[in-house]
Design a protein around this ligand. Structure first.
Ligand SMILES: CC(C)(COP(=O)(O)OP(=O)(O)OC[C@H]1O[C@@H](n2cnc3c(N)ncnc32)[C@H](O)[C@@H]1OP(=O)(O)O)[C@@H](O)C(=O)NCCC(=O)NCCS
Length: 160
């Protein structure tokens, strides 16, 4: 398994994974019927530093880091992570998250913030807590889950 900066040639594979995640509708506050163009523009937006995880020449996950705010808030990073459904539960998410903390620090960020972690996303919440993130706030019933109704979203933060 290798984690490296994304290249233009990775865009299709990454967008495929992200579109599947959006269709699930359980983890990102974006429309489930987002188009390929919407998904690509979100993940590869200007200012995003995108990385991929490659396993035996196949892209199995991706993450981006970016500044969470501009100006006086630009020293806090924000990030997003996706792992192909068939590759989940094998440590790829953890490996990418650890990699992203190192990259963020190298890029001069002083902290990382997740703005909207869906409380029902057990794998993500466990992983972020394991890596030292603290839930600094709960947004009550801020997310409409496709099967579980209105559920809380967490703001999670850690210094780097
Ligand atoms: C969240 C996500 C990136 C995690 O990736 P992954 O490769 O499956 O994660 P890992 O295999 O590294 O597992 C991370 C930890 O979560 C645990 N975990 C995995 N699935 C779990 C589940 N359904 N319930 C509880 N814990 C779970 C694992 O046991 C592991 O802990 P461990 O290392 O102590 O064993 C992946 O599930 C995903 O892409 N989900 C959809 C998009 C998403 O939610 N992105 C994050 C938004 S905040």
């Amino acid at each position: 398994m290798k984690i490296r900066p994304a290249q233009i040639s990775d865009e299709v594979a990454v967008t495929d994974i992200f579109l599947d995640v959006l269709r699930e509708g359980e983890t990102f506050a974006l429309p489930r019927d987002s188009t390929r163009k919407d998904a690509r523009e979100f993940w590869f937006a200007e200012g995003n530093h995108v990385y991929v995880c490659e396993d035996e020449d196949k892209i199995c996950g991706s993450y981006y880091i970016r500044a969470n705010q501009d100006g006086g808030g630009a020293h806090v990073a924000n990030a997003g992570y996706i792992v192909d459904e068939s590759a989940r539960g094998k440590g790829i998410g953890r490996a990418m998250a650890e990699h992203s903390l190192g990259e963020s620090k190298t890029r001069g960020f002083r902290a990382m913030q997740f703005n909207f972690v869906i409380s029902t996303n057990e794998a993500a919440v466990k992983l972020w807590r394991d890596l030292g993130f603290e839930a600094v706030g709960t947004l009550p019933e801020a997310f409409q889950h496709p099967t579980r109704g209105f559920v809380d979203a967490l703001v999670m933060f850690r210094k780097l």
